[in-house]
Design a protein around this ligand. Structure first.
Ligand code: DC
Length: 691
């Protein structure tokens, strides 16, 4: 996950390959609640691991559910043992974050389960307190539930109080609930009311029900848990008397169809599958030229799967098999559409970004629910589309987008309003014909449904190597460039190349094989350097450096390790052998490379080069302090003498001598802390970016 303040996505040109998507948020949270209400244990496969499901899991375990997790990422399982409903639940304060799929159903369930003096307080992030819940509360109050607003009327936070007189709910009258603000109110009632189905319970929907496909998910899952709701059109639902939740034993969560929309769009705008011939093979010379999505197919129970039809209308070529989708570019530019999106409210945001690549004005209608989601999505989408140069008209329940011409594209920082879908769909703007980078602010907001979204995007997206930014940080030993470069990489979400470590590891491996570090063994050492990854299994695992499965970080970081590295680094064949490996670090979204010749030899085309300097005296002092603090004895004068020897060897060797690249920015950090140096470099970089 990217926890940086922003993520700059370089201009992208192609995409191909396979993505395995995480479980659906809507299915995950419904399944968790149903499992909690069923007797016995339910094994849930492929549960989504995200902010919203974590909120639900925490709340359920606070209420007394037993939850056992096996594994924490994709493919994991969670075992839920249902709540013991024979004893009444204890009072609790539950935090719902910004998860509507937890807030609404738990409100209904707890309002029905609270007995006697029990009280439940349900609250969330500030935005949750702006998302309406009044219609659900009204529905529950008709039944006799006691719910108070702790803030503004009609909105969370809520206080749910127990009912004293033996749960005499008023079930004979149909329960009326509005369906035109959020379908989650109806879902909440449908999920909760079987708890008290001593007689047939009828729910009547007032107003035109929106987002019907989400109700279909609810009904489908209820049925998997033994509750067969009778549906008359979309206005009347009956929960039969005697309904009881029955665990299916184990249940599989489909991948999220709304999340699939970003990758379906990616397939539709991707040039590597450029084709108007729908029979063309998706695999060419063994290389996939399309996007394949695993985990969800066209037969999905999720409404947002109908995004496929919308994408096809815009020109995508989509084929589907059991549990997978395959997408290629068809029409190009995409075809502008005028669509009623009531049935795909979440995925429709992706259409709004696809509209940037269309041949005319795209209008998305019947999307009033956007206004009450994670943020007011109509306003947010309009603002951010304008940042990219589009002309946007927004109405109460529609948005109309005229794309910029290729020359009129602009860029800027895309605000994401703590809304995962905005962050995800705007990443697709990186395919713009003007080859502009796109800055996504607060990229970690994708954690709501897909913490590793950007990693998944970068695993299938490609661009010209020259378009991937590299910041080179060169300088002498102990100039602090390692700390500066790794900190910079962290702040930008870029990869980090510690090229010195490659020379250190090469020297270590050579010594382990009984080689000398002299020119006479140059060919053998170069052969070792060449095979560091394939044969010696060199791996970077966080801060650890693994060689043949062994952590060698300590061994190579010693002063002697540095001296040995300096010795092998004068051998031209060794330097040559490490070039390919160093280039392989230049992957999306960018790289910070630390060394001696990063800006001069390895990445001469880097858009930004820094050369750090500091006096030998200062550097020796820093190194001395560092060693002493680690309890390693050190003599200042010796350190300084060693540094001077290494400086000399690094600077006067015939190949790639240590010197600043002509276009490097010099930074003398003798009197700067690491933070100050990082800030100075970041400022320079930012001013070059122009965001
Ligand atoms: O950065 P460092 O102290 O880990 O580097 C160890 C030695 O490796 C250094 O003395 C010179 C050599 N080196 C090099 O020649 N070129 C690089 N790009 C990085 C390191």
């Amino acid at each position: 996950m990217y926890s940086t303040h922003f993520l700059d996505i370089p201009p992208l040109s192609h995409a191909s390959g396979t993505v395995v998507l995480p479980g659906s948020k809507s299915i995950s949270n419904r399944v968790l609640l149903l499992a909690a209400l069923s007797q016995g244990t339910t094994l849930v496969h492929d549960l989504l691991d995200s902010d919203d499901t974590r909120v639900m899991l925490t709340a359920l375990s606070q209420l007394g559910c037993q939850i056992v997790k096996n594994g924490s990422s994709l493919g994991s399982t969670v075992e839920i043992t249902g709540l013991d409903q024979s004893t009444s639940l204890a009072s609790a304060k539950l935090y719902m974050g910004n998860a509507g799929t937890a807030m609404r159903p738990l409100t209904a369930v707890l309002a029905l389960l609270a007995g006697g003096s029990t009280e439940f307080e349900l609250s969330g992030v500030p935005r949750m307190h702006e998302r309406p819940i009044g219609d659900l509360v009204d529905g529950l109050r008709q039944l006799g539930c006691q719910i108070d607003y702790l803030g503004q009327d009609g909105y969370p936070p809520l206080l749910i109080k127990g009912i004293n007189e033996a749960k005499a709910f008023n079930l004979s009258e149909p329960i009326k609930v509005r369906g035109d603000v959020s379908s989650q109110f109806l879902t909440a009632l449908l999920l909760a009311l079987p708890l008290v189905a001593t007689q047939d319970i009828v729910i009547e929907v007032k107003g035109e029900l929106i987002s019907k496909p989400y109700i279909d998910i609810t009904l489908n899952l209820l049925s998997r848990f033994g509750i067969k709701v009778q549906r008359d059109g979309w206005q009347k639902f009956t929960i039969p008397a005697g309904s009881r939740y029955q665990s299916p034993g184990s249940i599989h969560v489909e991948a999220d169809a709304s999340t699939a929309s970003y990758f379906i769009a990616l397939g539709a705008i991707n040039t590597s599958s450029k084709s108007t011939n729908s029979n063309e093979n998706d695999v060419f010379n063994g290389i996939r030229t399309s996007i394949r999505i695993e985990g969800v197919g066209a037969d999905s129970i999720q409404g947002d799967i109908r995004f496929v039809e919308a994408a096809q209308a815009m020109g995508a070529i989509v084929t589907s098999g059991p549990n997978h989708l395959e997408i290629r570019r068809g029409a190009w530019p995409l075809k502008a559409v005028d669509l009623d999106c009531n049935h795909i409210p979440d995925a429709a945001m992706t259409l709004a970004v696809m509209a940037l690549y269309a041949d005319g004005i795209t209008t998305l209608r019947n999307i009033a629910s956007w206004r009450v989601k994670e943020t007011d999505r109509i306003v947010a989408m309009a603002n951010e589309l304008r940042t990219l140069g589009a002309t946007v008209v927004e109405g109460a329940d529609f948005i109309s987008i005229t794309p910029p011409t290729a020359a009129d594209w602009t860029t800027g920082a895309i605000h994401t309003y703590d809304d995962h879908r905005i962050a995800m769909c705007f990443s697709l703007a990186a395919f713009n014909p003007a080859a502009l980078s796109i800055r996504i602010l607060d990229p970690k907001c994708v954690a709501k449904t897909f913490p590793d979204y950007f990693e998944a995007l970068f695993s299938v997206a490609q661009t010209a190597v020259s378009a991937i930014p590299v910041i080179t940080v060169d300088g002498p030993s102990a100039s602090g460039k390692g700390s500066l470069a790794s900190e910079l990489a962290k702040k930008l979400g870029y990869h980090f190349l510690d090229s010195g470590a490659l020379y250190r590891v090469t020297a270590l491996a050579a010594l382990q094989q009984g080689l000398s570090l002299e020119a006479k063994d140059e060919i053998a050492i170069a052969a070792l350097a060449e095979s560091l990854v394939e044969k010696l299994h060199l791996r970077f695992d966080g801060d650890a450096i693994m060689l043949k499965g062994e952590d060698v970080s300590h061994a190579i970081r010693s002063e002697t390790g540095g001296m040995h590295a300096s010795q092998v680094s004068v051998l031209p064949l060794v330097r040559q052998a490490l070039v390919k490996l160093q280039h392989s670090f230049r992957t999306l979204p960018g790289l910070v490379a630390d060394g001696r010749d990063m800006g001069t030899v390895i990445f001469p085309d880097a858009p930004f080069k820094v050369f750090l300097t500091a006096s030998a005296e200062k550097r020796a002092l820093r190194r001395h302090k560092q060693l002493i603090s680690k309890g390693i004895p050190a003599i200042l004068d010796d350190l300084r003498a060693d540094l001077e020897v290494r400086d000399k060897r690094d600077s006067f060797r015939s190949v790639a001598p240590l010197k600043p690249a002509q276009d490097a920015k010099l930074l003398d950090n003798s009197d700067l802390s690491i933070e100050e140096s990082v800030d100075a470099v970041l400022d320079w970089w930012q001013s070059k970016q122009g965001f």
